[in-house]
Design a protein around this ligand. Structure first.
Ligand SMILES: Nc1ncnc2c1ncn2[C@@H]1O[C@H](COP(=O)(O)OP(=O)(O)O[C@H]2O[C@H](CO)[C@@H](O)[C@H](O)[C@H]2O)[C@@H](O)[C@H]1O
Length: 501
């Protein structure tokens, strides 16, 4: 099958979080299964762009609202990432240093989606699947179905994967003119609660919707930042497929970013060498267990609770532990964490910013990884921690619940707790310290066991392929539904009409 992934991020081209990791790995594993999986994303001004060679494969133009824009599609010459990578260059709109965070992000990503649809529409063949990721690509399923210019693609199955439903890409109706002209009876397919909601639109229009873990799929029906009723209604076409990890990029035996590589056999010595390096860099004591947190410093990750939870643990357990936090986000959380560094110098330190190399070293050097997330659709950090022999400490939510089992349960290998509050986090740190100081045999068994768990993309890449296969079989059914849908211009939901066929 020929699959085209449409995404705003892809590691190592441009990554802001877990979406980049998934888009950089899943296509490679799908190609390994004998398919042709490709990635198309915006052309930002990144190191990857300047350090690689590119061929121009297409040029085109379209309207973004009333303004005509020209776009180019360039392809990385050697397919060195294990898949064909295409970048969309829209001069002045996409070619910026950051991925997100501009006032005109709405225009940027609508322009990107129009260019992608226009480009695919120009192919001689049609792809078997168009797989879109998160709200920045959420209007593509609508455009394929209802925008007149892309009519030819209406029978191409679209899959939409939700990496995080907290962010939905809301835009006011005053921006609807940005979209290519569409069947106005279908404007209901763009809307949720009086605004254009690209994530909701994708859930309505995509042929199949996936989330990045099964448990998160269930949770969305009662906690989806306002979209609960939609997920309940569309549950028939929604499925959770657990994320995997790229076992080549994340392998402690070969990772070039570590000071010492190790595998199961040498885990104790290997981790110690990396821990000494981390501790020296941040003025921490390598004799003490090292707890780390890596991620965006936002409420969703419960980063706001961290400063008080660490302070509480510091008092309760008399400074038996060291903490290192890597991340950036809300400035208030950043300054509260930095205040902690001054208060507990030698015990707590931070790196405020984004640093991929340091993240690898920290997964290798730490003893415990804290993930108290309030919302965690899958979570990759805990999977990296497992692979590097670092005990994950997670709140029982989303994908964390699907991937970590408490060490006091049968064959458990992590530490789980229920609430993202000071007490639960601090108590868990107490349990971790007890494990580290008094149960060394259990601790080393856990390290060995967790490093052997296979969380690579092998299984999940196959699950996606099976899903695509089932959609290909449905092409006839969907085309017929579209015909009926077009005759019945009531603005109703296409999914309902499929059921009545
Ligand atoms: N300051 C920093 N420096 C270096 N590296 C940093 C960093 N901050 C984060 N990272 C890295 O970014 C990635 C974070 O991935 P996560 O899956 O844990 O969260 P995220 O919320 O971004 O992803 C969303 O999408 C993914 C993918 O589907 C879901 O797993 C997740 O639950 C969902 O919230 C990891 O590779 C981590 O090491």
């Amino acid at each position: 099958m020929e699959i085209i992934h449409v995404t705003a991020e892809c590691y190592p081209v441009a990554k802001a979080g877990g979406l980049g990791d998934v888009a950089g790995a899943l296509p490679k594993y799908q190609n390994g299964l004998g398919h042709t999986s490709k990635v198309v994303m915006p052309m930002y001004r990144t190191k990857f762009l300047y350090n690689n060679e590119w061929d121009l494969v297409h040029e085109g133009g379209q309207y973004l609202g009333h303004q005509w824009f020209h776009y180019s599609i360039i392809k990385e010459r050697t397919s060195k990432l294990g898949f064909d990578l295409f970048l969309v260059d829209i001069n002045g709109l996409l070619d910026r240093e950051k991925i997100y965070g501009y006032d005109d992000d709405t225009e940027r990503f609508v322009g990107f989606q129009i260019a992608v649809c226009d480009w695919i529409n120009s192919w001689n063949n049609k792809p078997d699947i168009i797989h879109c990721h998160d709200h920045h690509t959420g209007l593509v399923p609508f455009m394929l179905k209802y925008c007149y210019s892309f009519n030819r693609l209406e029978d191409v199955p679209s899959v939409f994967t939700i990496h995080n439903a907290e962010y939905q890409g809301w835009m006011g109706w005053d921006k609807s003119y940005l979209l290519p002209s569409y069947d106005s009876w279908k404007s209901g397919m763009l809307e949720w609660q009086n605004t254009i909601n690209p994530l909701a639109s994708a859930v309505k229009c995509a042929w199949e919707v996936t989330t990045v873990s099964p448990n998160y799929m269930n949770e969305l029906r009662y906690n989806a930042n306002g979209l609960e009723a939609l997920f309940e209604y569309e549950k028939g076409k929604c499925k959770g497929i657990l994320n995997g990890i790229d076992n080549v990029v994340w392998n402690p035996a070969t990772d070039p970013l570590l000071v010492k590589n190790y595998d199961n056999g040498g885990v104790k010595e290997g981790k110690l060498a990396n821990k000494i390096e981390v501790c020296q860099r941040f003025g921490l004591d390598p004799e003490k267990p090292l707890f780390i947190f890596i991620g965006r410093l936002v409420g969703e990750k419960a980063a706001d609770v961290l400063p008080d939870a660490i302070r509480s643990a510091k008092y309760h357990y008399h400074g038996q532990a060291c903490f290192l936090i890597l991340g950036s986000g809300e400035s208030e959380i950043e300054s509260r964490l930095n205040a902690l560094v001054h208060q507990f110098s030698g015990y707590v330190n931070t790196f405020i910013g984004y640093n991929e190399a340091l993240a690898h070293l920290m997964y290798a050097g730490a003893d415990f990884l804290l993930m108290p997330s309030r919302v965690e659709p899958c979570g990759l950090n805990q999977l990296y921690a497992l692979r590097y022999g670092t005990v994950p400490m997670v709140r029982n939510t989303g994908g964390l619940k699907d991937t970590v089992k408490d060490f006091e349960d049968f064959q458990g290998f992590g530490i789980c707790f229920e609430q993202a509050n000071i007490e639960d986090i601090s108590d868990s740190i107490g349990r971790a310290l007890h494990l580290y100081n008094n149960q060394s045999e259990v601790f080393s068994w856990m390290r060995n066991y967790m490093m052997k768990i296979d969380h690579s993309w092998n299984t999940s890449a196959k699950e996606y392929i099976e899903l695509y296969g089932s959609l290909k079989k449905d092409v006839g059914k969907h085309s017929l539904a579209n015909v009926i849908d077009k005759k019945d211009n009531t603005g109703g939901d296409g999914a309902q009409e499929v059921k009545t066929l």
